[in-house]
Design a protein. Structure first.
Lengths: 444, 291
């Protein structure tokens, strides 16, 4: 009997197994449906509705301007708004916002508390999915309203692109004035949108090629105290203090920082040797030679992880771009296009290297992958050069100079910005001519 | 003496001795020179610019293994004529159709919303009803003409007719080639239909432009579509990567696309509702960046 029952249970189990199999089969078939690959969409700027902040119209205007300048968003004219209720606590009437084709909605308000501090609050809504994507409140002194607007812009940018913003950043550059023969060059700084402009040096000495530290608000720059005597300074923007890093005869570009900010890397023609690449520990001032060959190696730039260096060398005949390990080993040529390549800069995102290229009498700003693939030229002109990356690795700023005429009374040079895909070129307005831009990291 | 100097001297003496010869030699030199120049520069008359032919853009689409082409109208007409002629056959076909339709209905009932059920249920019987009266209209005249005495003869005639029709039908079937044999309204969506859906999503989907690793940001979304083409539910199938901010943005962009008013309702072939009531959409931005 037992045997039979065992057999039965085995048989039952077997049947159950088959039932389960059949069930699985049918349950799967019930989900069988059409599978469709959607490979094309639109890359038009996203329509976003930014309602004037309660008691803070100036903030919402800066936010709107920032998002518009990024080229990724198209703020909708407030005249088109149907919903007039600005109250932040209430849930928006999404149908009204869908009617005007808004994909996102930003609302906010500011208040001044009893102690005189300003409280700024905003919310970002997805009109299609009717969800809140971001919402934050900031406390600060009222004079800081512009920075609050940049922080809100960064928060919105991050929520909608997945990437850190770049609005709460500054650009340091060389302010140029006077005729070509009597050109005065001063170190200057401004917000990325051109506001809060400030001069850092008085123009007594020639200053060149400022470089930002990637993790602190400090810059290095080159200054000529005497002819043929370039001196490198480190300027701390927070404290306003500056110190001499050293005199570097035969140097043409200021040193660049390593990603951890502890070292600088530079090229220099030391007496008896040709131009080679060196690194220096900022604290100990100990110099280490990285390249050693009979050709000219210049303008080094670290990868964001600090493990590799991209630089420019004429060891292949013409100036081309190379990538080597941090210790100088395993150099590999990455640029193989026509023309001459120079000033490579590794993106903070790590995925691209920006460069200047000259070909057939014209200059180009371009990007390529660190392995040399996917080379794209983003802008060209009589003279475009010296790209610098925004801290999110998505935008580039560079110098655009026009043909110099003897009749020129002022410097005809500007800073232009471009998306790394080549879209959305725009000039950053400056009081005087502007060259040699260097983009700061996000302000801590 | 050098060969060249001697030759030069000979030529000079030749020219100086005979004036007419020197003249013709000059003409000949000019003539040859112009020919050489023309060959060098290119004669403007013959240097017509070559018109390059227009570029024909070709889009490569994947062809499904089974062809599913709808029956051309004329073939359909022929079959319907046939059906009209033969009442018995018509009845048979209609019965067969009913049998096919019936199992379809419960499916739609079980999955789609209540609103749409009536439409589907009513629509199909109506077709059958419409056709049935036709048959009945044509049927009666035949019995009317028949006399009770000639019943047997008529029966034979009808049999013959049916036989004939069946034979003709067989011929028709051959003529129809693959159309009717393989076309099934509820079968897979055709390439053009799939492409039409793709086209409709283009303005709705704002791609995550310039995102890092765009080649790895494909997002799968299962959508449940109402019979009127509006999307009433969308589920993300790949939640695992939502921790990655770039993936989250890509997923959000795809979810926004299916909820975009421009894409609601979608234009879809109503007869294939079974095939598009649930769709898996794979939003893949890699091709937008030339990857």
């Amino acid at each position: 009997m037992k045997k039979i029952s065992n057999k039965n249970s085995f048989f039952n189990n077997g049947l159950r197994f088959i039932y389960i199999l059949i069930f699985c089969f049918f349950s799967h078939s019930s989900f069988a449906n059409t599978v469709l690959d959607i490979t094309r969409g639109t890359d038009e700027p996203l329509p976003i509705a930014i309602v004037d902040f309660e008691n803070g119209k100036n903030i919402s205007e800066v936010v709107s301007n920032n998002l518009k300048n990024s080229g990724l968003f198209a703020p909708i004219d407030s005249a088109a708004f149907i919903e007039s209720d600005k109250a932040l606590g209430l849930r928006p009437r999404f149908a009204d916002w869908r009617l005007i084709d808004a994909r996102f909605l930003v609302r906010g308000k500011t208040e001044i508390d009893d102690e005189g501090r300003m409280r700024a609050e905003f919310r970002l809504w997805d009109v299609m999915t009717e969800k809140q994507l971001a919402g934050q409140a900031y406390f600060t002194v009222p004079d800081n309203w512009r920075r609050i607007a940049h922080l809100i812009s960064d928060e919105i940018f991050k929520a909608l692109t997945g990437e850190n913003g770049y609005f709460d950043t500054r650009i340091v550059y060389i302010s140029e004035s006077g005729s070509p023969k009597k050109r005065i060059k001063k170190l200057a700084i401004m917000d990325q949108d051109g506001a809060n402009h400030k001069l850092l040096t008085d123009g007594k000495y020639l200053v060149l090629t400022p470089r930002f530290s990637p993790n602190m608000q400090a810059i290095t720059y080159l200054s000529y105290i005497k002819k043929d005597q370039p001196r490198v300074y480190i300027y701390n923007l927070d404290t306003g203090k500056q110190e001499i890093l050293g005199d570097f005869p035969g140097m043409t570009f200021a040193p660049r920082f390593s990603p951890d900010g502890k070292k600088v890397i530079f090229s220099q023609a030391i007496k008896g040797a040709n131009t080679e690449i060196y690194s220096m520990d900022i604290q100990t001032r100990k110099v280490k030679r990285i390249t050693n060959n009979p050709d000219i190696d210049v303008s080094p730039s670290y990868s964001p992880d600090g493990s590799r260096i991209t630089f420019n060398s004429d060891r292949g005949g013409k100036p081309q771009l190379y990538v080597m390990n941090e210790d100088g080993s395993n150099p590999k040529r990455i640029s193989f296009g026509k023309g001459r390549y120079s000033t490579p800069v590794w993106s903070p995102r790590g995925d691209y290297i920006a460069f200047t290229k000259s070909m057939k009498g014209e200059y180009y700003i371009g990007v390529m992958r660190p392995d040399g693939s996917d080379e794209r030229l983003l802008d060209k002109g009589f003279m475009v050069e010296g790209p610098t990356w925004a801290p999110n690795g998505r935008f580039l700023a560079y110098e655009v100079s026009h043909r110099i005429k003897k009749t020129d009374k002022e410097a005809n040079v500007q800073i232009r910005m471009v998306d790394f895909s080549g879209r959305n070129k725009r000039i950053i307005k400056t009081p005087e001519g502007a060259s040699d831009p260097a983009w700061s990291p996000l302000i801590p | 003496m050098n060969f060249f100097t001697r030759a030069y001297r000979d030529i000079v003496s030749l020219f100086s001795s005979d004036k007419s010869l020197s003249k013709s030699a000059v003409y000949s030199a000019i003539f040859h020179f112009t020919i050489i120049i023309l060959l060098f520069i290119g004669i403007p008359l013959f240097s017509k610019s070559y018109d390059s032919p227009d570029i024909v853009p070709i889009q490569i689409t994947n062809v499904s293994e089974i062809t599913n082409v709808p029956i051309p109208e004329d073939v359909e007409e022929q079959t319907s004529k046939k059906e009209d002629l033969t009442a018995d056959k018509m009845e048979k076909t209609s019965v067969v159709r009913d049998q096919v339709d019936v199992p379809d209905l419960p499916d739609t009932e079980s999955v789609s919303e209540p609103e749409t059920k009536p439409e589907v249920v009513v629509a199909k019987p109506k077709e059958v009803k419409k056709r049935k009266p036709k048959k009945s209209k044509k049927k009666p005249p035949e019995p009317d003409l028949m006399l009770s005495v000639l019943k047997t003869i008529d029966e034979i005639k009808v049999k013959k007719k049916v036989d004939k029709d069946q034979k003709e039908d067989k011929k028709e079937d051959v003529k129809k080639t693959n159309y009717q044999q393989e076309f099934d309204a509820s079968a897979q969506l055709s390439i053009s239909e799939l492409d039409s859906i793709r086209q409709q999503f283009i303005p709705c989907w704002n791609i995550p432009y310039g995102a890092r690793d765009a080649e790895n940001l494909s997002v799968q979304i299962r959508v449940h579509v109402n019979p009127d083409g509006t999307i009433h539910d969308a589920q993300l199938l790949s939640y695992q990567r939502m921790g990655d901010p770039f993936y989250k943005v890509a997923a959000d962009s795809a979810l926004r696309a299916v909820r975009n008013p421009i894409c609601n309702p979608l234009k879809l072939p109503p007869e294939k509702y079974e095939k598009w009531k649930i769709m898996t959409l794979n939003f893949d931005p890699r091709h937008m960046f030339g990857k």
